[in-house]
Design a protein around this ligand. Sequence first.
Ligand SMILES: Nc1ncnc2c1ncn2[C@@H]1O[C@H](COP(=O)(O)OP(=O)(O)OP(=O)(O)O)[C@@H](O)[C@H]1O
Length: 249
Amino acid sequence: MSALNLKGVGHAYLGRTVLDGIDLTISRGEIMALVGPSGCGKSTLAHIAADLVEANAGQIARGYRRHGMIFQEPSLLPWATAEGNIAFSLKLAGVPRRQRAARIAETAERVALLPEDLRKFPVELSGGMKQRVAIARALAVQPDFIYFDEPFTALDVALRRRMQDLVIDTCAGGQLSGLFITHDLQEAARLADRIAVLDSHGRGVLGIRPFPSAPAERTDTTNFEWVQSTLGNDPLFRHIHDVDERQIT
Ligand SMILES: Nc1ncnc2c1ncn2[C@@H]1O[C@H](COP(=O)(O)OP(=O)(O)OP(=O)(O)O)[C@@H](O)[C@H]1O
C-alpha cells in the first residue's frame, strides 16, 4: 500500500469549488513536492489529506501510521516553553509521561536546540528558533509521514538551507514519506523525489515529474541545472509563472 492515495478529491468553500478531481499517490519513503500558482488549493489539499478538513468528494487512503505537520507559521502555544510545546504534542500522541523527557532531548538535539532554548517561551525565541521547535514538535511523535506547508518560506537563506538539510537527513533512511508544499522549485529540487503541479484552479494534478536521483545524492549544481532546464523546456512548469492569482480568487 502507498503512503497516501488521493482519488478524485474535490472540495468547495461556501459553495465555491477550490479542488476537483485530484488524484495523487505518494509511495512509502517518498517525498512529493507540490507546487502550483498561489491560491490553487495546495494547503486545502494537504489539510484534506491530513484529515483536518473533510473533502466534499473523493477517496483518501492513508497507508502511514502517524503523521506530523510543519507549517509556515510555527503556531506554538504561547503560554508553554519550547519544551512544553513539544511535550504537549507527545501527550496528544499518547506517549507515556516517563518517555517524554527522553524524546524531547533526542529531537531537540536533532534540530540543534540547546537545553537553555528549551526553557524559553515562544516570545523569547527568534523566528528560526520557533521553527526549530515546530519541527522538533512534529518529529518527536516519530511520524512516518510529514505534511510540510511552506515551512521555511519565512526563514533567512542560511537558516532555510540548514532546515532543508535537516529534512534531507531525516528522510534519507527511507522511513519517512511526505508532502512538501513550496513555491520554490529550487527547494523542491533539493528535497523531493518527485514533483507534482496543481492546476491553477485546483482542477486536477497537471503532471508529475521525477527527479533524477535521491535528494541526498544530488548536488547544488545538479539541482540548479534541473531548475533551469525545467523552467526553460518543460511546459508544465511555465504554467505556475504564467498565472496571476487575481484570476483565481
Ligand atoms: N477556510 C476557508 N474558507 C473559505 N475559502 C478558503 C478557506 N481556505 C482557503 N480558501 C480559499 O480556497 C482557495 C485555495 O486556498 P489554499 O490556501 O488552499 O491555496 P494555496 O494554493 O495553498 O495558496 P497559497 O499558495 O497562496 O498559500 C483560495 O481561493 C482561498 O481563498
